[in-house]
Design a protein around this ligand. Structure first.
Ligand SMILES: *Cc1c(COP(=O)(O)O)cnc(C)c1O
Length: 386
């Protein structure tokens, strides 16, 4: 059996894979089993922040893996402490809880919000209000948080205590929060899986003011938008927001599984001994990898992300075959005018460029350090296929 047939035979069919097998790569270039070269504008859905097999990341992983690959959280290890300190310095948050994925980072955020409000506002204050068209993960609780009905249908009953409001509609958000005696509002700054849909600055600021006035917690899901992706360390920083809890994952470990829930000083001591835990959370290899990533997300890199972003927006805005360009930083959605996103992506694969989709858009999530000449080559290819 060849690899594709074996995959069909032995792997649960939850992924509609593209007909490409990737065997190796370097930076923003990856190669299939025949040696064909592809420019990677997906970075594993925003995971390989500095590309594939990045030297600095690799050295950090190798160095740690030859010392100790795992210890239980019952003992101290240096990489997770160093990473937590770095994340707090870069975000102004107080403490960090480590897990292994975006969904888990959100689960922790939800647990913190529930316990905090149970202690402050009483046991009836538990509902988390999220937005329609949001995406917060695949576990039963984060599915309940996800504001898209079609993800819910086959998996009832989901965890209770979630409600959804239309984005950009403050009146509806206020009404839903009031009706449900909400504990927290949870948002993505840019709805990624929902089609690279940014929330407006006016709406975000109104949400911040509303939660503050009503003593609700603000949870920002930065699983996709975090760690330099939008041209700031975290996307909420583009608007000067002050979230109480921030969840992140994808690009944090640069390709190893790692989730982090950043807790503001207000909620940092909500969870105590035994309230939460994770066997693999804060794994020293994942954390050493993440330290090598986070240390390099400095002002120079963020400036480069913003410059490349501005150039890509310029290239596609008003270009032939383009209906709309959305997003921020190197998280960009392109809505084709006539073709479907799937058709554009298939044509680009033929030409050696890998892109993602999000709803009706072609979604680009290249490595933060994609070289200019590689980016330019890829954009020319996409323009030719729109
Ligand atoms: C990908 C994603 C998640 C889920 O992350 P996993 O690591 O797949 O669990 C949650 N929220 C957002 C905004 C995401 O983009």
């Amino acid at each position: 059996m060849n690899l594709k047939d074996k995959d069909k035979t032995y792997i649960a069919p939850t992924y509609n894979r593209f007909p490409v097998e990737i065997v190796s790569g370097k930076g923003s270039l990856v190669y299939d089993e025949t040696g064909k070269r592809y420019i990677d504008l997906t970075s594993g859905i925003g995971v390989t922040s500095f590309g594939v097999a990045d030297d600095v990341w690799q050295q950090a992983v190798i160095s740690q893996i030859t010392k100790v690959q795992h210890m239980s959280n019952l003992y101290y290890t240096e990489p997770c402490v160093e990473l937590a300190e770095l994340l707090c310095e870069k975000s102004g948050m107080g403490k960090v809880f480590f897990s292994n994925s975006g969904a888990e980072a959100n689960e922790c955020a939800i647990k913190v919000a529930r316990k905090y409000q149970a202690e402050h506002k009483g046991p009836d204050c538990f509902t988390i209000v999220t937005l329609k068209n949001s995406f917060h993960g695949r576990t039963l609780t984060t599915l309940a948080a996800t504001g898209q009905e079609h993800y819910h249908e086959l998996f009832q009953p989901l965890t209770p205590g979630f409600a959804h409001a239309e984005p950009e509609n403050m009146e509806e958000l206020q009404a839903v929060c009031k009706e449900t005696n909400a504990a927290a509002v949870m948002i993505e700054i840019i709805q990624g899986e929902g089609g690279v849909v940014p929330l407006s600055e006016a709406y975000l600021k109104a949400v911040q003011a509303f939660v503050k006035e009503n003593d609700l917690l603000l949870i920002v899901d930065e699983v996709q938008t975090g760690n330099g992706r939008t041209g700031e360390m975290y996307a909420y920083m583009n608007y000067g927001l002050k979230p109480d809890i921030v969840s992140t994952a994808k690009g944090l470990g640069g390709g190893l599984p790692l989730g982090a829930t950043l807790l503001s000083k207000k909620v940092q001591d909500t969870l105590g001994f035994g309230d939460h835990g994770s066997t693999f959370g804060g794994n020293p290899v994942s954390c050493a990898a993440a330290v090598s990533i986070v240390k390099r997300i400095d002002e120079a890199l963020l400036k480069e992300v913003r410059e490349k972003s501005a150039w890509v927006f310029e290239q596609f805005t008003g270009a032939e075959g383009v209906a709309e360009v959305s997003g921020m930083g190197l998280m960009i959605g392109i809505k084709p005018e006539k073709k479907t996103a799937a058709d554009v992506i298939s044509a680009c694969i033929e030409k050696g460029v890998l892109c993602l989709s999000a709803k009706d858009k072609v979604r680009l999530l290249p490595a933060l350090n994609i070289p200019w000449e590689v980016l330019k080559e890829a954009v020319e290819v996409i323009k030719g296929e729109l």
